[in-house]
Design a protein around this ligand. Structure first.
Ligand code: CLF
Ligand code: SF4
Length: 289
């Protein structure tokens, strides 16, 4: 298992400094179990926004894709799964990591989740041997979370508003505690939404740090879907939020809001169009990695 100190130099999203390492995203997870108000997932080749990938692949296809990606970009050190839906809503992501572990034992296994099922699936994740985990926590107060997430589907039942928010937050924090206790390095992502959670970032940072997360990534909102009328945060709002957060936790500042099928060094040339069949070349978009 890679610890945080190792990852700072070998993982593009876990270091304070850019380290010029690459990642391959494997879009194996199509479904989601919550409804973020800023997310509108689609499969297409052209939109540059959250939740979009050009195709979904099967776990068995991942090994060949990794092999070809490493030939194109030998700087890739990380195999990441970041959607386009949630990685724990189906078993595809964990099945994919099991295959990767056998064939590429040295590649860093990185997973991103909304955390709804993290508490109940923590043991599986630990058994698979994930090296780095990202949990997207947009609020730790149910009144604020309810403004960011309309509903969840949990054990076959739909919950809305603050009731949904409470279940989500509890599972995220308990899941983080379990995963951290197993020695797995945890990053938390928050989407910064002016007027909703911008004054709440410090509390999130403090809470997730206490739960065991070690690095924090504050991602500016791309206004769309139900939050289309919100303003994107300004540079100074983003900077202010990061400064408050870093009183409690390391802050990651180089996020490129990658597509769920990005390949290469974040912010540099993307090889996804050469690997994923339907994809045409364009700039990276967001995944909740
Ligand atoms: Fe991918 Fe995310 Fe792993 Fe990185 S991305 S699953 S932690 S390997 Fe990185 Fe891309 Fe930002 Fe994510 S730059 S969107 S933080
Ligand atoms: Fe699901 Fe992620 Fe979209 Fe939220 S942002 S609805 S967790 S896919």
């Amino acid at each position: 298992m890679n610890n945080y100190e190792n990852l700072k130099n070998s993982h593009p999203c876990f270091g304070g400094q850019k380290n010029n390492k690459g990642r391959i995203h494997l879009p194996v997870s199509p479904d989601c179990n919550i409804e973020c108000k800023f997310c509108d997932r689609k499969i297409n080749d052209y939109e540059q926004r959250p939740g979009v990938a050009s195709s979904i692949i099967k776990p068995e296809e991942a090994l060949d894709i990794i092999k070809r990606s490493l030939e194109l970009c030998p700087d890739i050190t990380v195999a990441g799964i970041a959607g386009p839906g949630d990685t724990l809503a189906t078993s595809n992501a964990l099945d994919t990591f099991r295959l990767i572990k056998e064939t590429y034992p040295d590649i860093i296994k990185c997973m991103s989740t909304n955390g709804l099922l993290l508490n109940e699936r923590a043991e599986e994740l630990i058994e698979v041997g994930i090296d780095s985990l990202t949990v997207t926590v947009n609020a730790v107060d149910k009144r604020i979370q309810a403004k960011l997430c309309s509903s969840i589907i949990y054990h076959g039942k739909r919950y809305e508003g603050e009731e949904a928010a409470e279940i989500l937050i509890e599972n995220q924090l308990e899941g983080i505690r379990k995963i951290a206790a197993a020695g797995i390095t945890i990053k938390v992502n928050s989407v910064l939404v002016p007027g909703i959670n911008d004054q709440h970032i410090e509390e999130i940072a403090e809470t997730v740090s206490e739960a065991g997360a070690v690095i924090y990534n504050i991602i500016p909102l791309i206004p769309q879907h139900e939050l289309a009328d919100c303003e994107a945060p300004t540079c100074s709002q983003i900077d202010g939020a990061r400064r408050k957060a870093e009183k409690y936790i390391d802050v990651f500042r180089h996020c490129q809001r990658c597509r769920a099928d990005a390949i290469g060094i974040p912010g540099k040339k993307d090889f996804g169009g050469q690997i994923y069949f339907n994809r045409i070349a364009h700039k990276d978009t967001f995944s909740h990695g």
